[in-house]
Every structure is written in structure tokens, then in C-alpha cells.
Design a binder for this molecule. Structure first.
Ligand SMILES: [Zn+2]
Length: 95
């Protein structure tokens, strides 16, 4: 079974299609309410988004600086600037 795309994945897909230059979203900033999970953080990184702004930490599934930090992993070929607005912490159950 293929998991359904999250809003962040749909946004990246739409932005990549809208760009007439490249699928790479270099010089783009993504604004989201909740710190991305590993799946979304991976998609953000692979889409070459330059900057990530989010409103709340996700202690349970966050992969952009809390539980994991995939978007700034130096072993990958792209790192994302992270700007947490730090309005709080949300514990989210995905399933
Ligand atoms: Zn996600």
C-alpha cells in the first residue's frame, strides 16, 4: 500500500510543476505549521528547498531539528536552512 501524500508533499509537487525552470526549488521557502516528519523532511531536502519555516516543534515525529534533523544532515547533498518560529510543541499521532 502506498501512503497518501501529505499536504507538504502535495505542495512540493505543485511547486515543482509550476516552476518552468526546474523541479529544484532552490531559492524557495516553505512555510508550514508543524515541524516536518521524516517523509516530508526528506521530500523537502530532495526538492532542494532553501529554507524551512515552521510554527511548532513536533517532538514525536519531527525530523527538522527535534527528534531527527534530516534537513541539515551533512551526509546528504543538500541542506535546508531551518527557521523555527517556536510557538510551542505539539505531540501528533499520525496513525
Ligand atoms: Zn510529514
Amino acid at each position: 500500500m502506498i501512503p497518501p501524500p501529505t499536504p507538504k508533499l502535495l505542495l512540493l509537487r505543485a511547486a515543482g510543476k509550476a516552476s518552468e525552470i526546474s523541479w529544484r526549488l532552490t531559492d524557495c521557502t516553505i512555510y508550514v505549521t508543524l515541524e516536518p516528519c521524516p517523509m516530508c523532511a526528506g521530500a523537502i531536502t530532495m526538492s532542494r528547498v532553501s529554507r524551512l519555516v515552521f510554527g511548532a516543534w513536533n517532538d514525536e515525529y519531527g525530523a527538522s531539528g527535534s527528534r531527527w534533523d534530516l534537513v541539515r544532515d551533512q551526509r546528504l547533498n543538500h541542506q535546508v536552512e531551518v527557521i523555527p518560529w517556536n510557538y510551542g510543541t505539539v505531540n501528533v499521532r499520525l496513525w
